[in-house]
Design a protein around this ligand. Structure first.
Ligand code: GRF
Length: 226
């Protein structure tokens, strides 16, 4: 009997390029998942048009129309639950979620962050990396925890910082790799191979000692230690 595709709710605030990458991977059958709802927190999110152009159910929950963050999150939760989503994917979502929200979706809530966590948590990572003179940068996909940008890391992609790089050139290089690791992680979760256990990531039941990377074939994950 064909396995039910994992049902995804994707939250966006911006252009939605990660949304598009995941949607493409779903459409091409690369990952056993389907996007059942896209939620945007601002009307300026370019990703809304993208989502609609892909025929994805889309809801704008404009933050400024809610009296409080709690009310806004209640609306998000209701939309997620109505869509019967099993995994919540933050894709360029720029709002900090409350501990109550994170706790409710613990283990079913992912984020992509444009840095090699735990380095460069927070905003303006490309600028900070350039200012620090780093030679390497990258992106991380992690389970969201109540520690902002601090949840258990599942997969990372590394890129070189090149002479003459600007924030824009570096951001573009990182974004390209986000589009590889995010669908890969969603696919591993959809296949039941990756899950959160306490504060550890399990791959095929074994704790990940180091994050996967985008060259890794998950069939042959790196050395794992207990
Ligand atoms: C990406 O750099 C992502 O890491 C960050 O938001 C940026 C835009 O993402 N969280 P998207 O193009 O809206 O997916």
């Amino acid at each position: 009997m064909a396995r039910e595709k994992l049902r995804l709710a994707v939250l966006i605030s911006g252009g939605g390029s990660n949304l598009a990458a995941i949607a493409r991977a779903c459409a091409q059958g690369q990952i056993d998942a389907q996007i059942v709802h896209v939620i945007a927190d601002r009307g300026t999110a370019g990703g809304i048009e993208l989502a609609k152009s892909m025929g994805l159910p889309t809801t704008l929950l404009e933050f400024s129309r809610y009296p409080s963050r709690e009310d806004h999150e209640r609306a998000i939760i209701a939309t997620i639950e109505e869509s019967d989503a099993q995994l919540v994917v933050l894709a360029g979502y720029m709002r900090v979620l409350s501990a109550a929200f994170v706790s409710k979706f613990l283990g079913r809530l992912l984020n992509v962050h444009p840095s090699l966590l735990p380095k460069y948590k927070g905003l303006h990572t490309h600028r900070r990396v350039l200012e620090a003179g780093e030679r390497e940068h990258g992106a991380s996909v992690h389970f969201v925890s109540v520690d902002l940008d601090g949840g258990p890391i599942i997969c990372q992609a590394r890129v070189p910082v090149l002479p003459g790089d600007t924030e824009q050139t570096l951001a573009a290089r990182v974004l390209t790799r986000e589009h590889r690791i995010y669908p890969k992680v969603v696919g591993l979760i959809a296949a039941g191979r990756v899950r959160l256990h306490g504060d550890r990531v399990l791959l095929d039941g074994q704790p990940l000692a180091i994050p996967l990377n985008d060259n890794d074939s998950p069939m042959m994950p790196q050395q794992r230690h207990a």
